[in-house]
Design a binder for this molecule. Structure first.
Ligand SMILES: Cc1ncc(COP(=O)(O)O)c(C=O)c1O
Length: 443
């Protein structure tokens, strides 16, 4: 639709429907149409829309004190949220740096790792290793770390040269027939060790990975033991491990942090999206106490900072979000409803000739589509299948997160579901029903 909008929209010149109200899992547009938000936008709205406790906390904080620059003040909201986050964080993580979104938080984590090495006397460690087909954000540092070739292609020449990429851990496509999970995990992790040795261990600052890969691969968890191997390799070579849980963290997979299910702790954990649940833009870096100690004992200041770091209204809203999730035991609902949704999708679409894989954890699920199930052959990308699926579902009032380039940035199609943690059993069935209808209709 073209009109007189002055907003630079995602698809330039194309104005999407105007969202005017949100309630629970529903968004209502200005023309009265209702859409079921089965993907939380982009795995953001984990409490659903219009939660009164969060709205109250947000407006109370705005009335009391909307903003105080962190070079002058700290606030109760920032202090209380940091304390709550550290209490729930994996062992050893002790200090929180607040940002305004996931990309800023990833930039911060990369820079924190870089400066940490300098504070501890190593000036050569600057190289960042990440994985192919990962996504870490759209600012230049985060995009440089990201391994999705399609997203990187437009910025050729502008990305950081000291980055490189190793294999993801993706059993559906890379585990060999007859290969055990542990052998596959070892083989995938070995690509990191080989890359560290190629670059030279004294030159590598950090390895960054999504615990469960979100947007670009579609909810791919690691095989058991893979991240344990990664942790050991990082320790062996003094490389900091950054886990990006911007999308998969803060309860989305059924535990507060996805890495809890892997039995490891990173040196730096990055969170965003579900932290503020869409009520406010907020991201955070939670770092190990020893990293913070190095700054205190060293230069005393992190050469970093943004105007809206630790914004009181954002912190107050996130504090209310996290209290709601804990007091209503919503992670139990994530596990229960997640299992139901997985089952409902498998029942309806598990045998569909073009559904190659149904995967994920908790309320973080994806379907990968293939032309040929046996060969796992993708559709011709020119067909833009994921777009057709998204548009068809949207026409039926269902919001799903659809992405192409699953395999190599070009080929492959998947769709991702990430409904609110508050979802009811009937809504789970409704998502499966409408999605099935959309899939059948597209094929
Ligand atoms: C894993 C991951 N990291 C980082 C980001 C960037 O976050 P933001 O879009 O809030 O900048 C995203 C966004 O989708 C993400 O999924």
């Amino acid at each position: 639709m073209m009109n007189d909008s002055h907003v630079f929209h995602r698809t330039a010149g194309v104005v999407p429907p105007r969202a005017s109200r949100g309630e629970g899992i529903w968004i209502t547009a200005s023309d009265g149409r209702r859409y079921m938000d089965a993907c939380g936008g982009a795995a953001v709205s984990c409490l659903g829309h219009g939660d009164p406790a969060v709205v109250r906390a947000l407006s109370d904080q705005a009335a009391q004190l909307a903003y105080a620059h962190t070079s002058f003040f700290t606030t109760d909201a920032a202090e209380d949220l940091a304390t709550l986050l550290v209490r729930g964080a994996p062992e050893g993580l002790d200090q929180v740096y607040f940002l305004s979104d996931g990309s800023e938080a990833i930039e911060t984590a990369i820079k924190m790792a870089h400066q940490y090495h300098r504070e501890t006397g190593c000036k050569t460690r600057h190289h960042v290793i990440a994985r192919r087909q990962s996504y870490h954000g759209n600012t230049l540092g985060a995009l440089s770390a990201g391994g999705n070739m399609w997203r990187r292609a437009s910025y050729d020449g502008l990305l950081l040269p000291a980055t490189s990429h190793v294999d993801p851990c993706w059993a559906y496509r890379h585990q060999l027939p007859g290969e055990s999970d542990s052998d596959y995990g070892l083989r995938a992790a070995a690509t990191l060790e080989a890359e560290i040795l190629r670059i030279g261990p004294d030159n590598v600052s950090c390895f960054i990975a999504e615990t469960v890969v979100g947007a670009t691969l579609g909810c791919v968890p690691p095989v058991p033991g893979y991240l344990r191997q990664i942790r050991d390799i990082c320790d062996r070579y003094g490389v900091l491990l950054i886990l990006d849980e911007v999308m998969c963290g803060m309860g989305r997979t059924g535990t507060l942090h996805a890495c809890e299910q892997e039995g490891i702790a990173p040196d730096i954990l990055v969170i965003a999206k579900g932290l503020g649940a869409g009520y406010v833009p907020l991201g955070a870096v939670i770092c190990a106490g020893r990293i913070h100690d190095a700054f205190v004992a060293g230069s005393g200041s992190f050469m970093h900072g943004h105007t809206f770091v630790g914004h009181p209204v954002a912190c107050a809203a996130a504090l209310a979000v996290q209290r709601e999730i804990a007091s209503r035991d919503l992670l139990a609902n994530v596990r229960l409803r997640g299992a139901e949704l997985h089952q409902a999708l498998s029942d309806r679409l598990g045998d569909h000739p073009h559904v190659g894989d149904i995967r994920g954890r908790g309320l973080f699920l994806a379907l990968e589509f293939v032309e040929d199930r046996a060969a796992k052959a993708p559709f011709d990308p020119r067909r833009r299948l994921h777009r057709a699926l998204r548009d068809t579902a949207f026409d039926r009032g269902l919001m799903i997160y659809a992405m192409g380039g699953t395999i190599d940035g070009q080929q492959g199609d998947h769709i991702l579901l990430a409904p609110p943690y508050t979802i009811a059993p009937a809504e789970v069935q409704q998502i499966a029903e409408v999605l099935t209808d959309a899939v059948v209709s597209v094929f």
